[in-house]
Design a protein. Structure first.
Length: 136
């Protein structure tokens, strides 16, 4: 399967930079920057989930005969459902006004997305390596 360019590192960097920016007394401008970066991440996430879950998508490449890989795919699918909900909750909190933990919660969200992508890539690599490497 041909994969689209992986923009995740750049998008997550943009989100983290927006969150880390000094509001300098202009909280509304800060919130707008964070909201714009979050919207780009949400759009990329929706596209990614659609591609990964589609027939012939990333998860179709995983060896379904290996229970440990099937469990990992199940966990990744649960995250595909949870991440949009988390993004909406962060956006709602952002609209309501920054609170003491909002920046940290955004950082944790970005870190969770990074881990998710790493696990996906490792999972596909492990499945493909095992399939092709066993007979070599």
């Amino acid at each position: 399967m041909k994969r689209a360019k992986d923009d995740w590192p750049d998008l997550l960097d943009q989100l983290e930079d927006a969150v880390a920016a000094d509001a300098g007394g202009q909280e509304r401008r800060w919130a707008e920057g964070v909201a714009a970066a979050l919207a780009r991440v949400e759009q990329a996430l929706a596209g990614h989930v659609g591609e990964a879950e589609a027939p012939g998508g990333m998860f179709a490449e995983v060896d379904q005969k290996r229970p440990s890989l099937v469990r990992q795919v199940g966990e990744l699918r649960r995250e595909h459902v949870a991440f949009p909900d988390q993004a909406r909750a962060l956006r709602d909190r952002l609209r309501a006004g920054a609170d003491a933990t909002l920046r940290e919660d955004f950082r944790q969200f970005a870190a969770a997305l990074r881990r998710h992508r790493e696990v996906e890539n490792d999972l596909v690599q492990e499945s493909v390596t095992t399939d092709y490497g066993a007979g070599d």
